[in-house]
Write a protein that binds this ligand. Sequence first.
Ligand SMILES: Nc1nc2c(ncn2[C@@H]2O[C@H](COP(=O)(O)OP(=O)(O)OP(=O)(O)O)[C@@H](O)[C@H]2O)c(=O)[nH]1
Ligand SMILES: [Mg+2]
Length: 333
Amino acid sequence: MKTRTFIDSVSIHAMGGRGGNGCVSFRREKYVPRGGPDGGDGGRGGHVILRVDPNTDSLISLYFQPHQHARGGQHGMGKKMHGRNGTDLVVLVPRGTEVRNAATGEVLGDLLDAGQEMTVAKGGKGGLGNPHWQTTTHQTPYEHTDGDPGEEFTLRLDLKLMADVGLVGFPNAGKSSVVSRISNAHPKVAPYAFTTINPIIGTVMVDDYSRFSVADIPGVIAGAHEGIGLGDRFLRHIERSACLAFVIDMAGTEGRDPVDDYRVLRKELEFYNAAMLERPFVIVANKMDLPEAAKRLTSFKRRTKTKPIPISAETGEGIDELKKRLGQMVRSQ
Ligand SMILES: Nc1nc2c(ncn2[C@@H]2O[C@H](COP(=O)(O)OP(=O)(O)OP(=O)(O)O)[C@@H](O)[C@H]2O)c(=O)[nH]1
Ligand SMILES: [Mg+2]
């Protein structure tokens, strides 16, 4: 089976091209004695530009090519010929790439829309040719300046997937099972914790005209914010989701109490980014086909004063209702 590593965080070294040097030259023509200075200016170095490409979905190519250096400008030449500017280096990144200065951590920009561009390292200015020094008393200037070096930064790029609905749940709660039931994506489903390692996005068709996307991420457990389990770094992939769905194993198959699960999940989100708790959400009561589930659902409703949507990703029960409710939630945004 072909597997692909999901790279969602890389450091790159971006360097603009050096400007071309200014030229020292004098007009030499037959029958024209003492032609004046005619050294051209150097061209500007190329910029390094990040551009959002809708067909790129990971940062993996940058992982293997972390040095992104643009070409230098051409030096100025005689006969006042200006050096050519260095070609800009356009680096394609996926939608949802956040750009930081690796040294300071400062967020420099967020690349969200297809085609959006951001210049991350400017090319150096070209140097000046010797005519710039010519004055009435200084007819044969030998001065010139060299081109400036390009800007140089180490950048950290983080990919934050963008889906309308982000699923949050404990490992084995059935998140991936739900996603494969409602969307076109078919993530791996297995009876062990942390089956999902790489986040994925599935598209849910509500009807012929409307659709929305859901993100399936690894399971969250108590202490995720301290690095327990797979930690909480993948929560960034649902950080931008307008809505959330808490997927709860209502049958408590692993001996946990569904109410505790729900509270832990909310707590971990709060640690990660409290603003996420203010978004619209639904609670998905999964595994309703199992015997314990009905009783626990009743007690869950009473104790949390919420109205979960009962489903079984195994039998398909409640799936249409879930799709409908998620669709409504996304539309109301
Ligand atoms: N009986 C029953 N089993 C289910 C249901 N939904 C999922 N399962 C089972 O629960 C196990 C875990 O399902 P997954 O979909 O992989 O769970 P997950 O939440 O994606 O798990 P991680 O990726 O590890 O976080 C699998 O063995 C599924 O077959 C359900 O509605 N009923
Ligand atoms: Mg999974």
